[in-house]
Design a protein around this ligand. Sequence first.
Ligand code: NAP
Length: 297
Amino acid sequence: MMHSSDAGAAAVTVIGLGLMGQALAAAFLKDGHPTTVWNRSAAKAEQLVAQGAILADSIGDAVAASPLAIVCVSDYEGVHELLDPLQDLREGRVLVNLTSGTAKQARETADWAARRSIIYLDGAILAIPPAIGTADAVLLYSGPRSAFDAHESTLRSLGAGTTYLGADHGLSSLYDMAMLSVMWSVLNGFLHGVALLGTAQVDAATFAPFVNQGIEAMTEWLTAYADQIDGGEYPATDSTIDTHLAAMGHLIHQSESLGINAELPRFVKSLTDRAVGQGRGDNSYAAMIEQFRAPSA
Ligand SMILES: NC(=O)c1ccc[n+]([C@@H]2O[C@H](COP(=O)([O-])OP(=O)(O)OC[C@H]3O[C@@H](n4cnc5c(N)ncnc54)[C@H](OP(=O)(O)O)[C@@H]3O)[C@@H](O)[C@H]2O)c1
């Protein structure tokens, strides 16, 4: 029997039991939270019920069962399909939406929640399901601080990187999108490099440690560039954009002459050409921020 005074063992509801929802519910159960679950296809609750979860008869019952309800389904359309018909959401209940989407969708859902007196936090998960509940899982939240503070100890069961970003509900989605941009840039650069080296029979596993070391060095540049960007001045203390541009030309020619895809360096060079055309050639690479701030050409 769980006592309401048990710190860190507050009741929680998880709606949506796909790969991610199941991981979320399992992490709550592991930390001793009485966990109510619901999914459109009930069969996905079976394993969790075997671990001690309570399967609600309806989504309404699921939301009513706990002061904190987490929803994690494929998209915001699914969130609204599930939650819009609910008429009797009790006032004061905190709804946390960990479904991926855009900042606009998060802000619109916050307006929807406000019209129904539901206290709403939007969130984003920067982790894969096996990482949920570990030191590696980063989960971001935005919305009313008081709601985050009230449930932080419960939410912390999902990962050590549980972070509150601010009152603007769009922030967690925006951070999520920003990190996706970083992720794909790094992954595509790695894959292009693997393709280049593959022409000399160097395999990806041989290349990977060089990349990992390079990424580590780049974290220092990144910190210095962040200061330049925030300060709005881009003195080239390491390398000018002109120097970068010349190296981009080499990468394109190398890719073409080896018969591999050159679209990625060509795209990067086209942005850089534009920066040079705008008189940024003697700036540091941080000045490329102006290209990303402007709408697409
Ligand atoms: N998996 C990851 O690595 C990962 C990482 C970060 C973020 N996320 C985010 O987490 C969310 C869930 O991902 P997932 O990996 O759990 O996906 P998933 O395994 O495909 O599960 C999707 C879940 O959404 C439910 N669903 C979809 N449309 C619905 C609707 N119209 N009405 C009711 N339920 C609906 C499904 O219910 P049924 O079972 O009934 O189909 C299922 O529970 C996504 O927004 C995803 O971007 C996932």
